[in-house]
Design a protein around this ligand. Structure first.
Ligand SMILES: Cc1ncc(COP(=O)(O)O)c(C=O)c1O
Length: 321
């Protein structure tokens, strides 16, 4: 389990009384992708496949590579060539055979689909996708249990392909079917998107600082629209500036350092609160799905560079006022 944190300081800045952060940035490879990759790699092993792989916007490459290392399987990663250095270093360290593609995630996805089918490899988010999404359901199971088996009023979920949002809805519905939760239909589900790829209709060149959400042709986009209609939810998008502001707001108020995908969640949460869609007393759960240490490049462009000072108490005294 990852922590469900009560976020009173962020809540008071945004005017939300009962706010919780599901901090999935502290998983073994530091994003929620350990959940789907863990299940899909285990299934690949069970089927006796000789290798696994993925098409990735970054986080899935680390998760698949780590779980493949534990399973003793080779791992083939295809990802756009412009993703963050930390994510590439992480996947390479786990031994991934990493091929950067000169193109978008959607180009990488086509290559991975071809390699998986022609070689018989388990591509976790393509030919193993039905197992992959089962892993993400645990994001619902844990939140329900951590809330004491209560149905939250609002969920805020970042979307790239949309698979996670669908899986979370499915998870809550399965708990209701098992009589572990009451009526989940009163919950509202909010999709948090990055401007530059906030479309279901394909965008050729997604352009956002949230590289992990930069998917031009979202595989589960139409299902997300169905879910939003089913749960009376809506979608908000966030500009790069709003994403960076939201990362810093979350870090300053709650001590949780997230990558841009989490900034998208908090930026969408802020828009929900400002537009009056959250009633006082509502319980809100905001999913933070990736760790800030994976994506420091954009932050280093906006944060002040601390100046080095000589190790002299007089000089230090002038700086520490
Ligand atoms: C940190 C993070 N959050 C959210 C998402 C979106 O997940 P999905 O593509 O299932 O919508 C991703 C996808 O890569 C991600 O890496």
């Amino acid at each position: 389990m990852t922590p469900l944190l009560r976020a009173d300081r962020l809540g008071s800045e945004l005017g939300i009384d009962n706010l919780y952060i599901k901090n999935d940035s502290v998983n073994p490879t530091f994003s929620f992708k350990d959940r789907p990759a863990g299940v899909a790699v285990s299934k690949s092993l069970e089927f006796g496949l000789s290798a696994v792989g993925c098409a990735s916007t970054g986080n899935l490459s680390s998760a698949t590579a780590a779980h493949a290392a534990r399973a003793g399987l080779p791992c083939y990663v295809f990802a756009p060539s412009d993703i963050e250095m930390a994510k590439i270093a992480q996947a390479l360290s786990y031994g991934a055979r990493y091929t950067p593609i000169k193109g978008t995630y959607d180009d990488a996805n086509r290559i991975a689909a071809y390699v998986g089918d022609s070689k018989g490899y388990g591509i976790v988010n393509i030919n193993m996708r039905s197992y992959y999404v089962e892993g993400s359901k645990t994001l619902a199971f844990e939140v329900a249990e951590q809330l004491g088996w209560r149905v939250p009023d609002h969920l805020v979920v970042p979307v790239g392909s949309g698979a996670m949002l669908n899986a979370i809805c499915k998870g809550f519905e399965e708990l209701q079917q098992a009589s572990l939760l009451g009526d989940v239909s009163q919950m509202s589900v909010e999709a948090a998107q990055a401007r530059g790829c906030a479309e279901v209709t394909p965008v050729e060149r997604p352009d956002t600082v949230a590289k992990s959400l930069a998917i031009g042709d979202p595989g589960d986009g139409r299902y997300v629209l169905k879910r939003l209609a089913q749960y009376g939810g809506s979608a908000d998008d966030a500009t790069d500036q709003e994403i960076m502001d939201a990362i810093l707001l979350l870090a300053r108020t709650e001590g949780v350092f997230t990558e841009p995908a989490g900034g998208v969640s908090v930026a969408a949460l802020r828009k929900m609160a400002e537009s009056g869609r959250i009633d006082s007393g509502d319980t809100v759960v905001c999913y933070i799905t990736g760790n800030g240490l994976k994506s420091i490049e954009p932050l280093m462009r906006v944060l002040p560079r601390p100046q080095a000072v000589e190790a002299d108490l007089g000089k230090i005294a002038a700086v520490i006022k």
